[in-house]
Design a protein around this ligand. Structure first.
Ligand code: ISE
Length: 327
């Protein structure tokens, strides 16, 4: 049994804690922490946990904790991940790995100094059955060489604290990882343009945004990132290759036909859309720990590369010009 401590009892921390406690084989949640005690208490009550730590560092040091999930605010990811590396505990850190490329690089270096992988970054889309199928077919040559990729990342709404840069660092960072993973190439340049914002966004929020990524092999990727889309949580991805295209389909299982029309549900939020991906992500992570093997999910380097591309894209959002990625 792998005894897991979860840092952060917000939306993602509580989702991970519930899945680990109820649906993941070989895992047990033994401790939780949150800066807001009531949040930690609520999950502890729900999952019948006896240990609540006021501070994430205490949870990491707790000898009963074998492995750590970090789902606290992004600014805390670097210190908590470094602390896990220092005490030798495997860690699954939610994205972003850190709030700057320099901070993510410190994590890559600390892990390298130990000499083996212990950090996994929560880019869960790699575990989504749709994305996994798309990647397998792309790698098998189903559409020949990829040329272009079109993506859309639409959220119905976001918290009022979301700012224009977060549309890149918190939302489109998933497409940054998916691009590197699917195409197997680094992103070398980012350009971000914004139209007249939707009247439905909070005052000052530059929403939607159009991101253009150029890869090392000369492929182009466009991403519409739109976090006040209202109607649903809609994630799209189409790769255009020399012999055809591969497109992610919405994961609906039922079509409704009535009143001369057909409709299929689109998930309301990311927890519903990527519910299966979170399960597979956690199960793969727990399996690797139980086997004593190195994790093979998204690495600290993937977290660093995503942070470097995010930084270039945020600089482009400010200047309106293409910005080279500094890897
Ligand atoms: C959130 O943090 C996520 O990771 C979701 O996948 C993304 O769609 C959303 O925009 C982010 O805020």
């Amino acid at each position: 049994m792998v005894n897991v401590g979860v840092i952060g009892a917000g939306l993602m921390g509580s989702t991970h804690a519930r899945l680990l406690a109820t649906a993941i084989a070989g895992a047990e949640v033994v401790a939780i922490s949150d800066a807001v005690h009531e949040h930690a208490q609520r999950i502890a009550d729900e999952l019948d946990l006896s240990t609540i730590h006021a501070d994430g560092m205490e949870l990491i040091a707790n000898p009963a904790v074998d492995a750590v999930v970090i789902a606290s605010p992004a600014a805390t990811h670097e210190p908590y991940t470094l602390a896990c590396i220092e005490v030798g505990k495997p860690v699954l850190c939610e994205k972003p790995l850190a709030t700057s490329a320099a901070a993510a690089k410190r994590i890559v270096e600390a892990e390298a100094a130990v000499g083996h992988r212990s950090v996994t970054v929560g880019f869960m889309r790699r575990y989504d059955p749709g994305y996994a199928d798309l990647k397998a077919r792309l790698d098998a040559g189903a559409i020949g060489a990829p040329l272009l990729m079109h993506c859309a990342h639409r959220n119905p709404s976001v918290h009022p604290f979301f700012d224009s840069a977060m549309i890149i660092t918190d939302s489109a960072v998933h497409e940054i990882d998916v691009t590197r993973w699917l195409l197997g190439e680094e992103i070398v340049r980012a350009t971000v343009l914004t139209p007249t914002p939707t009247s439905k966004a909070r005052e000052g929020l530059r929403d939607p945004q159009l991101l253009l990524f150029e890869t090392a092999g000369g492929r182009l990727v466009d991403v519409e990132a739109f976090v006040s889309a209202g109607y649903a949580y809609d994630i799209r991805c189409e790769v255009v290759g020399e012999d055809g295209t591969l497109e992610l389909l919405p994961p609906a299982t039922v079509a409704l036909r009535t009143d001369n029309a057909e409709s299929q549900a689109i998930p309301p939020g990311f927890r519903e859309r990527f519910g299966t991906a979170y399960l597979h992500e956690l199960q793969a992570w727990i399996h690797s720990i139980a086997r004593g093997s190195e994790p093979d999910g998204p690495s600290a380097y993937d977290g660093f590369a995503a942070a470097a591309v995010s930084e270039a894209a945020v600089a482009s959002l400010e200047s309106g010009r293409p910005v080279d990625v500094a890897l």
